[in-house]
Design a protein around this ligand. Structure first.
Ligand code: NAD
Length: 277
């Protein structure tokens, strides 16, 4: 590897499974200390065990629901206490709660804005004091230390997708947040970018079968997955002819977490095998 993240501290939200777990793994492999978070404590502990067993001891976890307004602040404080710094933030946690607009409730639409847009906003606001003060001190000492924010978006946010009014709006909104923060934090030496995924093999894109699979959130059971026919037609239309793996998805994120992207900011990298909605 032509770079190392040794000495860097990273926070990855939603890293109990799927793409978040793969991102945490990539960061740990590159040498970073990693704080993992998820609302699903069992999945979170599984990620931690996997990383420890693979020989990456610099992993810590804080479980909790990011949509609790007080939690992003606690997570940032807890990360600083546990790791001593915060150099890389990946806003990855998310889920889809889909329906056509006429069947979408206010609560459903708001939930999509809460997790995909409000949560990254609160987390980055919570980190802003540390980031700006630290950069100021480093600059005064004649040092330039680049820090990294990567917000996860989707081709549903860039292209729009029927049945996903709330999800697409949250994922489009986070691009505005990314571009604005790249301007606010550039002088603090922070690269703020977004990675937008196409279809990546996780529980969000598993084939919907009669066997119900989903997640429980705020008293609702939310079905997760995609109709098999839709998956087949997406694979057919996708230039690379398949869905991506979580490891491939994490590779695009790693680029924005690494020194290879030190002069890239305010950008959206689409990692979707060339497929667009
Ligand atoms: N899989 C895809 O094809 C795809 C495509 C585009 C974008 N994305 C985005 O990538 C990100 C990761 O998705 P994934 O496919 O790995 O899904 P996943 O369901 O496998 O993992 C997401 C994790 O986020 C956690 N999470 C959800 N809400 C949370 C909350 N309020 N607080 C804490 N943790 C929470 C879940 O418990 C879960 O473990 C999401 O933002 C998703 O919208 C995924």
């Amino acid at each position: 590897m032509s770079f190392t993240l040794n000495g860097k501290s990273a926070l990855v939200t939603g890293s109990g499974r799927g793409i978040g777990r793969a991102i945490a793994t990539r960061l740990a492999q590159a040498g970073a200390s990693v704080m993992i978070n998820d609302l699903d404590e069992t999945a979170l502990q599984e990620t931690e065990c996997l990383l420890l067993r693979a020989g990456y001891p610099k992993v810590k976890h804080i479980a909790g629901d990011l949509t609790d307004p007080a939690f992003p602040d606690k997570l940032v404080k807890g990360t600083l206490e546990a790791l001593g710094s915060l150099d890389i933030i990946v806003n990855n946690a998310g889920y889809s709660w889909d329906n056509v607009i006429q069947k979408t409730t206010d609560e459903q639409f708001q939930a999509m804005l809460d997790i995909h847009l409000i949560t990254p906003f609160r987390l980055l606001r919570a980190a802003s004091g540390f980031i700006r003060e630290t950069a100021k001190a480093e600059t005064a000492a004649g040092k330039r230390v680049m820090r990294k924010v990567v917000n996860i978006t989707s081709i549903a946010g860039t292209d729009g997708n029927p049945g996903q009014a709330g999800y697409s709006s949250g994922k489009a909104g986070v691009i505005g947040l990314t571009r604005t923060l790249s301007k606010e934090w550039g002088r603090s030496n922070v690269n703020v970018n977004a990675v937008g995924f196409g279809l990546i093999e996780t529980r969000l894109t598993q084939a919907l079968t009669s066997e119900d699979s989903g997640m429980d959130m705020h008293g609702h059971h939310i079905r997760l997955g995609v109709q098999q026919g839709m998956l087949d037609s997406i694979k057919h239309a996708c230039p690379l002819g398949r869905l991506g793996t979580p490891e491939e998805a994490a590779g695009a994120v790693l680029f924005f977490c690494s020194p290879l992207s030190d002069y890239v900011t305010g950008e959206v990298l689409i990692c979707g095998g060339g497929y667009h909605f």
